[in-house]
Design a protein around this ligand. Structure first.
Ligand code: ZN
Ligand code: ZN
Length: 346
């Protein structure tokens, strides 16, 4: 999906991208999504006249990587019909939200934590932006991983500088297309074992919004982990504490730290506590959200999306925020973009 064609898909490529988007937001099996990712490659590498001929002769499935479902989507799109499979998956994959959660979702103006193909995300910045625009956002913060997270293809300083240039290019294209939307420069910076940040101060200075997260040595002893987190929270560059416990529901227990110190520090230093919406994280857990509320913390309800469909996961965090009674006026991504930037600047 490009910046100019947010809306009904017309080409086979757009239709397949939209199917992948829906499968992602529904947390469908990776197997199912893979078939469409493969089909996308085939569509992109096959001349359009050949696709048209094959659709007319019913021989699309002779192409390696095209099965009956993907062939039907391609044939429908080429015939100018809204693909039936897409309509079905579109309807089935809606992300549910409670009435209470919807109040929070309606208040959100942006998303402060998301990834692109620059690190371990599945979609380019433009595609993430086009989706965020379609979701009604006014801004998104591009927060790819920092260098230390090599497994996620984290950005070193050189690549971050390149990315900042790219963000400017995309922002210009967005403005030219008439959208009132901005991509803000950010990074999900690793909190190193000693509490230092995985990016030099002068680069941190250049970013609009900095998310700091622990990704390594999650089983560190309680007092050490507390000190490690406090160092990052107290940094004047850090705006948001990402997925604070690092838990993976059913797979990895939460890290141990003194939540009283951590949330007191978040409140004191103006570091927002992220409510991470990823279904396998939903971090912080309920009792920690309650504690953060009691300390008067700021919050940020972020998708941590690694694909366009995952940008639609904010309802999960909104439901959780509503359930625990997070004060809406303490959620930084309800702020208009200039107010958010003023908030992060202090
Ligand atoms: Zn993370
Ligand atoms: Zn992340």
């Amino acid at each position: 999906m490009g910046l100019d064609d947010v809306g009904a898909p017309v080409t086979p490529e757009q239709a397949i991208l939209r199917v992948i988007h829906c499968l992602d937001r529904a947390q469908a099996s990776a197997f199912k999504a893979k078939a469409f990712v493969r089909a996308l490659d085939v569509v992109r590498s096959t001349p359009s006249n050949e696709l048209a001929d094959r659709a007319a002769n019913d021989t699309l499935t002779d192409l390696d990587g095209i099965g009956s479902s993907t062939a039907a989507v391609i044939a429908d799109a080429l015939a100018g019909r809204h693909p039936a499979y897409l309509a079905k998956i579109e309807a089935e994959s809606q992300v549910p939200i409670t009435a209470e959660g919807q109040v929070y979702r309606d208040a959100l103006r942006g998303d402060c934590h998301l990834h692109s193909t620059w690190s371990d995300g599945g979609a380019p910045i433009e595609a993430m932006a086009a989706t965020a625009i379609a979701l009604g956002h006014e801004y998104m913060v591009q927060t790819d991983h920092s260098a230390r997270l090599t497994i996620a293809h984290g950005l070193n300083e050189h690549r971050l500088i390149e990315q900042l240039d790219q963000i400017e290019v995309v922002n210009t294209a967005i403005a030219d297309a008439g959208h009132e939307f901005r991509i803000l420069a950010g990074m999900e910076v690793d909190i190193l074992e000693d509490g230092a940040l995985d990016l030099a101060d002068d680069m941190l200075e250049r970013l609009d919004v900095v998310v700091a997260s622990v990704h390594s040595k999650l089983r560190m002893e309680r007092q050490q982990m507390t000190e490690r987190m406090l160092m990052a929270i107290a940094s004047p560059h850090v705006d948001i504490l990402g997925h604070c416990t690092g838990r993976m529901i059913g797979k990895r227990p939460p890290s141990e730290f003194d939540a009283d110190y951590v949330f007191a520090a978040c409140a004191q230093f103006g570091t927002a506590v992220e409510i991470n919406c990823r279904p396998e994280r939903l971090d912080p857990p309920r009792e920690l959200i309650d504690q953060a509320i009691d300390y008067g913390c700021w919050f940020s309800i972020d998708s941590d999306a690694h694909a366009t469909g995952q940008l639609e996961w904010q309802p999960l965090g909104c439901d959780r925020a509503a359930e625990r009674g997070v004060p809406i006026e303490r959620i930084i991504n309800t702020l208009p973009v200039d107010d958010l930037l003023a908030w992060t600047a202090t």
